[in-house]
Design a protein around this ligand. Structure first.
Ligand code: NI
Length: 191
């Protein structure tokens, strides 16, 4: 496995709409190796997820995992999930305010409105169809990663630019209030 270079904001690959994969392509050693490398790269960078175009491969794959993550200690855990050709459908109109960051946008966080309850349909890495309901803070993570595959970054969705914050200032001035909101979400949805 190889740790791949992560594209940062300004690189055109992050603005490409990623190409869907066929099952035959997904089975190839090259694509399976890409998935392994994405997992390795995400873990090395302490990310909660990474999309293939973030490692310069504009295809519809994203991986998500939240364990004991030092970057996001308040996040509920998400087991390692590989999503191929994912499609998200909101289950209702309810939104929550998520403070997001991104491996492709170094040292910046901002508030984004995300759907609280979504259904996500995708293939796993073997091409099996999966349908999953995701709620709470974890739903924000899935929406952030699937946005990448549409060429969108969280900064596009920040409606109040005064919420932009470096990690240092976020820790000092915004983290406590956000963690309180997260606790309320997690109490309600368990995730
Ligand atoms: Ni990101």
């Amino acid at each position: 496995m190889t740790i791949r270079k992560i594209a940062t904001i300004g690189h055109p690959v992050l603005r490409q709409v990623a190409r869907p994969l066929t099952r035959a392509e997904l089975e190839t050693p090259a694509v399976q190796a890409l998935i392994d490398d994405m997992i390795e790269t995400m873990r090395d960078a302490n990310g909660a997820g990474i999309a293939a175009n973030q490692v310069h491969e504009p295809v519809q794959i994203t991986v998500i995992e939240v364990g004991d993550n030092p970057r996001y200690p308040y996040k509920p855990k998400i087991p390692l999930t590989v999503l191929v050709n994912p499609v998200i459908e909101p289950l209702d109109d309810e939104l929550f305010e998520n403070y997001e960051g991104c491996l492709s946008v170094p040292d910046l966080r901002g508030v984004v409105a995300r759907h609280t309850r979504i259904r996500v349909k995708y293939w796993d890495r073997h091409g099996n169809e999966v349908e999953q309901v995701v709620q709470g803070l974890s739903a924000g993570t899935f929406q952030h990663e699937c946005d990448h595959l549409q060429g969108r970054l969280f900064v596009d969705r920040v409606t109040d630019p005064t919420t932009f914050s470096t990690w240092r200032e976020w820790e000092r001035h915004h983290k406590d209030a956000f963690v309180e909101r997260v606790r309320a979400l997690v109490a309600r949805y368990g995730s």
